[in-house]
Design a protein around this ligand. Structure first.
Ligand SMILES: NC(=O)c1ccc[n+]([C@@H]2O[C@H](COP(=O)([O-])OP(=O)(O)OC[C@H]3O[C@@H](n4cnc5c(N)ncnc54)[C@H](OP(=O)(O)O)[C@@H]3O)[C@@H](O)[C@H]2O)c1
Length: 273
């Protein structure tokens, strides 16, 4: 489509049906807003309805399409029932994005030698199981259409040794391995599976939560903590939620049909792939 000499940009996700889990959280809500602004029809899910409803209302007030639901992604039946309701309303699922995270107050800051087994395995089992269930149940609905994109979010811990983060490293590494394995099975059936690995996002509560235990140990201020993280990037600055969400839009779109079985390195140079 053109207006005079100027090409009018098509919306990148026009009419794509997207389910986002953890949509009330920092990353989930930013991805939801970005997907909506590119024309996606959103089905937002999270553990507490109130947080998800705030995001859905914002999107609808801005002229987008968003439905909100309370869904615990560790409850297989709840995820399945929700996906069936999406199919009933929208006929298909094009994108499944799992952005769940878990509170970490009891885990971060504790040396591995002092961490009990239950606390150690909590992020591993929670994040891997949630991603497995949401991916598997979405894939079953995508396979008949021979199309779809399954996405998640990991972190630097998947590839770099970091002290005092309990089982978060193995948890993020497990999600990246699952992304590769899902892709190996699903890409031949037309479904792409791609992760995003952002660097720290100072706008989110997660990175502030991570700062607290470290600050106590090292006497750093919030500003010094951010400067320290930024100094390890090539850009010497940290990433905005908008930058991360823009990449999510591209990966979810038909512009990225060559991408599958990988996790996009958004560490701004801190990790060398
Ligand atoms: N923030 C960063 O700087 C950063 C950087 C790299 C990677 N990551 C990763 O990205 C993910 C999301 O991070 P975030 O900062 O957006 O976290 P967040 O703001 O804490 O959001 C996480 C969301 O997940 C939801 N949730 C938790 N358990 C759930 C479950 N069983 N079922 C459904 N929803 C559930 C939470 O809902 P409730 O609040 O209702 O419980 C919350 O809305 C995490 O895995 C994190 O490690 C974050």
């Amino acid at each position: 489509m053109t207006t005079g000499d100027r090409k009018v940009q098509e919306m990148m996700l026009k009419d794509k049906v997207a389910v986002i889990y953890g949509a009330g959280g920092g990353i989930g809500s930013a991805v939801a807003r970005a997907f909506a602004s590119e024309g996606a029809k959103l089905f937002l899910a999270g553990r507490h309805l109130a947080f998800v409803e705030v995001v859905a209302k914002d999107i609808v007030s801005a002229g987008g399409s968003a439905d909100a639901a309370e869904v615990d992604t560790l409850d297989e039946q709840a995820v399945d029932k929700h996906l069936q309701s999406v199919i009933d309303k929208a006929s298909r699922i094009d994108i499944s994005f799992n952005a769940i995270g878990i509170p970490n107050a009891k885990i971060l800051g504790v040396p591995l030698t002092d961490l009990d087994a239950e606390q150690f395995s909590l992020p591993i089992t929670t994040l891997a199981t949630s991603y497995f269930l949401t991916a598997r149940l979405a894939a079953r609905r995508m396979v008949p259409n021979r199309a779809g994109v399954i996405m998640t979010v990991t972190a630097i811990h998947s590839r770099e040794g970091i002290a005092l983060v309990g089982g978060y490293g193995p948890a993020q590494a497990a999600k990246e391995a699952l992304t590769r394995d899902l892709s190996a099975e699903l890409a031949p059936q037309g479904i792409r599976v791609v992760g995003l690995r952002p660097n720290a996002l100072p706008e989110t509560r997660t990175i502030k939560d991570a700062f607290e235990p470290r600050a106590k140990a090292s006497d750093m201020t919030w500003e010094q903590w951010q400067e320290m993280l930024a100094s390890r990037t090539h850009t010497r600055r940290l990433m905005t939620l908008e930058e991360m969400a823009n990449t999510a839009v591209f990966v979810a779109s038909d512009k990225a049909t060559a991408m599958t079985g990988t996790t996009v390195n958004l560490t701004m140079g801190r990790l060398d792939d």
